[in-house]
Structure formats: C-alpha cells, structure tokens
Design a protein around this ligand. Sequence first.
Ligand SMILES: [Fe+2]
Ligand SMILES: [Fe+2]
Length: 217
Amino acid sequence: MATKATTTKKSTAAKSTPAKSTSKSAASKSTPAKSAAPKSSPAKAADAKKIPAKKDAAKELKDLFEDSLKDIYWAEKALTKALPKMHKNATDVKLKQAISDHLAQTKNQVKRLEDCFAALGKKAEAKKCDAMQGLLDEGESIIEETKPGAVRDAGIIAASQKVEHYEIATYGTLAAFAKVLKEKKCLKYLLETLEEEKQCDELLSSIADTNLNSKAL
Ligand SMILES: [Fe+2]
Ligand SMILES: [Fe+2]
C-alpha cells in the first residue's frame, strides 16, 4: 500500500507540474527540494557531534548481528501480545483472518529466532527494540483516534504495514549479515521469516486495495 501511495503521489505531481506555469523553470532545474537542503546543512553539520561508543559496543559484525537478533526477538515477542489487540479491534473478516494467521506465524518466528540463537551457541535473549515500541504505540493511537469500522480497519492496516516494513528491513539486513558471516542455519531461518513478512505485507495491501480503503471514504 505504501509503495502504491508513493507512486500515485509521484504521478500526480508529474501531472500537476504543467498547471503551475512558474514552476516550469523550477522543474527544469530538476530538484527544487535538493537545492533548498544545502542552506540548512552547514548549521546542522556544526551542531552535529560524534557519538561515543558504549562500553559494551559491538566491535565486530558478529556482535552487531547478535545484538540485532536480540532486538528483533524482543520485537516479535511484543507482536505476539499486540496482534490480538489489533484483531479484537478490527472489523473486516479478511483483515481479522490475516491478523490471526500472522499471529500464528509470529509465534513460529519467535521459535525460529530461538533456533537461530541455538545455532550460534547462544542463549536466546531479548533486548528492548525502541523502534518497534514506537510503532506499536502508534498502532494503539490509531485505534484510539478512529471509530470502529472501515476507517479503523484502514488505520490498523496502515499501522500493521509499518510494522511489516520494519520487519522486512530488519530481516533483510540480518540475512545479509548471516550470509557474510557464513551462518548458514541462521540464514535459512531468517530468509524463511523474511518471506513470511513480505507475504503478509502484500496480503494487507490487497485487502486495503480491493476492499477496505474504498469503504472508508
Ligand atoms: Fe514477524
Ligand atoms: Fe510480521
């Protein structure tokens, strides 16, 4: 859904350009947004500071890999608690089914991560993922800020897809790390989960496109 929305915006912007006669010259300069950026960047660069590493900071890619596994392990466990709330507050039958199916997948993804830790000879450990906490907080806010029915369902899909995109990015990166680190078992587990997250995202897009968004008008 997110991708399509971006595409639509781009094409809309392209169509609307001729209407703005003064913007023709600006458009021919190709990137008005970029030309505005350098004005503010020198000040920002002066304010920026180097961030000192923590005592237990990762030294090698393997440390970063294991640290990121702890983050997503926390995130998946948090999702097993959040998805039932999403399910309870959704109305559309297809959406409710998609959420309950993904809850079952998510529980299995938690086990898969435990298998991944075991393959590394490590005990499964969760470390709070601030990004996922933020996304889940936003999901709860969307529920509070929408009336039950099609509009709330559209909001639940929007929030859920942000979660799925975060997971896709995370598992994509973790799989790339596992490949370089030659952790074949982990790579297999991570790619299996990555595929499930992608399929879930596509299913949510199709539910929104074919059913829900037009009802929410
Ligand atoms: Fe997941
Ligand atoms: Fe997911």
